[in-house]
Design a protein around this ligand. Structure first.
Ligand SMILES: Cc1cc2nc3c(=O)[nH]c(=O)nc-3n(C[C@H](O)[C@H](O)[C@H](O)COP(=O)(O)OP(=O)(O)OC[C@H]3O[C@@H](n4cnc5c(N)ncnc54)[C@H](O)[C@@H]3O)c2cc1C
Ligand code: SF4
Length: 466
């Protein structure tokens, strides 16, 4: 709405398209890193460590930076989180580690994410390797999906001596870190460098292989001692409104993937764009559209500002990018001429009684239809749940919670004795994030070790207790 519109902070006309899509935060210089690290109080029982889902020993890694031991700092980080370079960039630190920093409030919290990036980039740029494959234990594990959950599980298993093969249906490995997270937050190279580091531990990564299509799930169960499922979620579901097949209606995930895999100046986009949804993916689509040069980008959401699922800081970021918002507005039809989008027909909503989720349900306001003129509609209304797109799951006897794979939280084991799972495909409640997927992969690696070898690995046990 007009009252939300603020002049954009980013002045597109002053930046090249490459600059608009380069990393949003500049890396810390050595001096900046030192100054920031020296602000840390190195709390005993540091709350930031508890808030980090992978329980990185944050005071220790920051202390090491402050004493000039940047290599040691990177080792501390990667021991707990093998995808530490990705997490340093993508973690919603405001609600995780930095959100619990004791300097929050009267002072500024320590920039934990940026310090983590400083240390992990230091090691990666110098080709420093900290880990090697463990003594072979004779067991083989298949990992389905090469997102953060699959890679984390594969890396931890390789360190424990398993022979691991990762199957990935896409051309490149890395999951949403490669294809989904906006390029100005995480460039593709960072994700691919982590894939390479996992491969250097002896893990075989087979891309362009879809389990269930190219190889039967049952064959994996016959050929491997255990299988880890880290398939994430599916595509954006259909909006189920007339006109959604018109030219100019696009899937939000495909739109983001284009900006990660294709030359930026070759990407076709509209000039007046409606983005449907108000989660973090929708915000990403909207900010990308602005940075590609769209003049007007409007996010359409059927509930109010208070109910929007995106993080507050993401919302503020979008406002700063000049994105406008229409709350309490429900799309009911994509309208077009000559097969192309010309507008989005919507109806205004009121909030009624709370629904099963506890949120007040939107109810249409009679005679309130309106058309928002636009030449592109981006749908970012969520992702399809695993039980809706992986047919094998039910036939293998796996159970589900609201369409997500059911696992035991202590081991990430499913109801099938040989199958473990983790990441977005098991996240039936709460926020899904990269760092949680990494932690699931660690827990499953420990679970697989216990299941196949009958004991707890010392290193994994210590890490998970921290
Ligand atoms: C647009 C977007 C932006 C996001 N931004 C952030 C962010 O800034 N910070 C953050 O912390 N989180 C963010 N997230 C969430 C985060 O990306 C996910 O929580 C995380 O990637 C989950 O990891 P995963 O391994 O479970 O799944 P994914 O990353 O989805 O990886 C699953 C992989 O499995 C593969 N696969 C699926 N089926 C098969 C099959 N049958 N055979 C072989 N391979 C298969 C897929 O191709 C994919 O590569 C974002 C998500 C989206 C959609
Ligand atoms: S992994 Fe994420 S949550 Fe954990 S310390 Fe690093 S930036 Fe913070």
């Amino acid at each position: 709405m007009a009252e939300h519109y603020k002049p954009t902070k980013y002045k597109a006309w002053e930046m090249t398209i490459e600059e608009r899509f380069s990393e949003y935060h500049a890396p810390f210089s050595e001096r900046e890193a030192m100054l920031e690290a020296n602000r840390c109080l190195y709390c005993h029982d540091a709350p930031c460590m508890v808030a980090c889902p992978t329980h990185i020993d944050i005071p220790t890694f920051i202390k090491k930076i402050s004493t000039g031991n940047v290599k040691g700092s990177a080792k501390t980080i990667l021991e707990s989180n093998i995808l530490g370079a990705t997490c340093a960039r993508v973690c919603p630190v405001e609600v995780l580690c930095e959100g619990d920093c004791v300097l929050q409030g009267d002072h500024k919290p320590i920039a934990i994410g940026r310090l983590q990036r400083y240390a992990t980039d230091y090691a990666s740029e110098r080709g420093i390797k900290f880990f090697k494959a463990g003594e072979p234990n004779g067991k083989k594990v298949a990992v389905v999906g090469s997102g953060p959950a699959g890679l984390s599980c594969a890396g931890e298993l390789a360190k424990l001596g398993f022979e691991v093969t990762v199957f990935e249906k896409q051309k490149w490995a890395g999951g949403l870190s490669t294809y989904g997270i906006v390029v100005f937050r995480e460039p593709v190279e960072i994700s691919l460098a982590e894939v390479k580091a996992i491969e250097e531990l002896g893990v075989t990564v087979k891309t362009g292989v879809e389990i269930g299509k190219d190889i039967k799930f049952e064959d994996l169960l016959n050929d491997y001692d255990a299988v880890f499922i880290g398939v994430g979620l599916g595509k954006v579901p259909p909006m189920e409104v007339p006109g959604e097949k018109l030219e100019g209606v696009v899937d939000g995930l495909d739109f983001i993937a284009q900006t990660k895999t294709e030359p930026l100046d070759s990407i076709k986009h509209g000039n007046r764009i409606c983005v449907i949804g108000a989660g973090n993916t929708a915000i990403d689509c909207a900010t990308i559209a602005r940075r590609l040069g769209a003049e007007r980008v409007t996010m359409i959401y059927r509930r109010s500002e208070a109910e929007m699922p995106a993080y507050h800081f993401e919302y503020q970021f979008a406002l700063g990018e000049g994105v406008s918002f229409m709350f309490l507005t429900q799309p009911i039809e994509v309208v077009g001429e000559n097969g192309k989008v010309t507008g989005l027909k919507c109806v205004r909503m009121d909030l009624g009684a709370p629904d099963a989720s506890g949120r007040r349900s939107p109810v249409p306001v009679p005679d309130s239809e309106l058309i928002v003129p636009c030449d592109m509609v981006i749908s970012a209304i969520g992702q399809i749940k695993p039980f809706s797109f992986m047919e094998a799951l039910t036939s293998l006897g796996l159970k589900n919670v609201k369409g997500y794979i059911k696992v035991d939280p202590e081991t990430n084991k499913t109801d099938h004795p040989k199958i473990f799972a983790g990441g977005d495909c098991v996240r039936s409640h709460g926020e899904a994030s990269t760092v949680m997927a990494v932690q699931d992969g660690k827990i499953a690696a420990k679970g697989i070790y216990q299941h196949l070898l009958g004991r707890t690995p010392a290193s994994v046990a210590a890490a998970s207790k921290k």
